[in-house]
Write a protein that binds this ligand. Structure first.
Ligand SMILES: Nc1ncnc2c1ncn2[C@@H]1O[C@H](COP(=O)(O)OP(=O)(O)OP(=O)(O)O)[C@@H](O)[C@H]1O
Ligand SMILES: [Mg+2]
Length: 247
């Protein structure tokens, strides 16, 4: 269980996260949803240990890890821009983290992950010879071979669309459930958050608007922002499609 309590963070005197508290159970998939600049990446980086909060506490499985350095937390992230090594092949990117931890994944486990993510035919390609979706899957494999205790994903699907987006979405859920991984996914797409997650955290200007199961958010949006940001967006999408086909 990950317990986050009273997290505050400011940059240059501007509050970016204001008193963020939530609990995430083991093996849960949680989405962090909100508009651009709302503090999503900042919160993810604080959980990862890349950034220190100004105040507040993070407890993981009963231990206070607020001051534990990133390497010792055992969490791992897929960054918003993937941050792959352009000069290495897809395969070398995937196994890169294992050079210091060779026992973390066996050869068989690496092979299974490559097959699960449909990467076999791309292993010898350099990163810039890959499509966005392929890069995304390499980034996911590179993170997964490290067997993180918590998987953090920053906008993993934002560069993708259509069928590829749906297939990677499914793969993320499959991996999370198969590995019993606690997974935190940042997104600004309400549909993605509501379909992929056990619970959704809605952030607006550094404050929590609602933290609940998708069905609860749809039935009982807790604030005007939730209603406008989530439900109106979905409504607009639906209406556009209806209009398009004159339904
Ligand atoms: N290192 C930093 N120094 C100064 N300001 C920062 C820094 N990192 C983030 N900010 C500011 O904090 C606010 C929140 O940024 P953050 O990256 O967390 O937003 P976000 O919700 O992830 O947005 P997006 O959806 O656009 O990725 C923004 O106003 C941003 O300009
Ligand atoms: Mg961000």
């Amino acid at each position: 269980m990950l317990e986050i309590s009273g997290i505050k963070k400011s940059f240059d005197g501007t509050t970016v996260l204001n008193d963020i508290s939530l609990e995430i159970g083991d093996s849960q998939i949680v989405s962090i949803l909100g508009s651009s600049g709302g503090g999503k990446t900042t919160l993810l980086n604080i959980i990862l240990g890349l950034l220190q909060p100004d105040s507040g506490k993070i407890v993981f499985n009963g231990s206070d890890i607020t001051n534990t350095p990133m390497e010792r937390r055992g969490f791992n992230i897929v960054f918003q821009d993937y941050a792959l090594f352009p000069n290495l092949t897809a395969y070398k990117n995937i196994v890169y983290g294992l050079r210091n931890y060779p026992d973390r994944s066996s050869k068989e486990e690496i092979e299974a992950l490559i097959d699960l993510l449909d990467l076999r035919e791309h292993l010898n390609k350099k990163i810039d010879q890959l499509s966005g979706g392929q890069k995304q899957r390499v980034a996911l494999a590179r993170t997964m071979v490290m067997k993180p205790r918590i998987l953090l994903l920053d906008e993993p699907l934002s560069a993708l669309d259509g069928v590829i987006k749906e297939s990677i979405k499914e793969k993320i859920v499959t991996i999370a459930k198969e590995f019993h991984l606690t997974t935190i996914i940042v997104t600004h797409d309400p549909e993605e958050a509501l379909t992929i997650s056990d619970k959704v955290l809605i952030l607006n200007k550094g404050k929590i608007e609602q933290f609940a199961e998708p069905s609860e958010i749809i039935k009982n949006p807790k604030s005007q922002f939730v209603n406008d940001f989530i439900l109106k967006q979905l409504e607009v999408k639906k209406n556009n499609i209806y209009k398009l086909f004159s339904l």
